[in-house]
Design a binder for this molecule. Sequence first.
Ligand code: GLN
Length: 195
Amino acid sequence: TARVGVLALQGDVREHVTLLERLGAEVVRVRRPEEFASVGGLVIPGGESSVIDKLTRMFGLAEPIRAAIREGMPMFGTCAGLIMLADRLVDAIDGQQTFGGLDVTVRRNAFGRQVDSFEGPVVVPAFGGEPVHAAFIRGPVVETVGPDATVLASLDDGTVVAVEQGNLLGISFHPEISGETRFHRRFLARVAART
Ligand code: GLN
């Protein structure tokens, strides 16, 4: 079985751990560099990206995570996790940094006020079959997609909400709270392919 980490400094950690375990993965809650060193992939949960940024730097995890991204470790970021994986952030809270890795520009809290949280079906062509039931909770929008990243899903109005680049996967919404397992399985397959 794949041994994977969930970055567990802030955010909806438990939902990801539960889902990954249900899919048969061995899951480590990652709070320290030693824990990170023991995993073959990392999920970065939703939460508040500026806090995740501060805490990962404070706990000495930011640099190891950046190094692992450069080395091709599979990572999957949801919502705040997508922000952390974006190369460019247009509205960073003073000094906020990201790990980078996805050649995209992301805007935080970018769905209008009325719709900053909503649920609905999202078609993911790579999955075929049923659309994904997606829960958006003050999620970020991918404003521009550079040549190195691939769009996995967008809304009817063209808003990009899921992107991929090599072993990195980032999405604006929360599949872990709506019972959607295909993104997590895609992530686990990448981890398995490397070990
Ligand atoms: N608005 C949050 C941020 O900027 C993301 C929201 C979420 O992860 N549900 O980090």
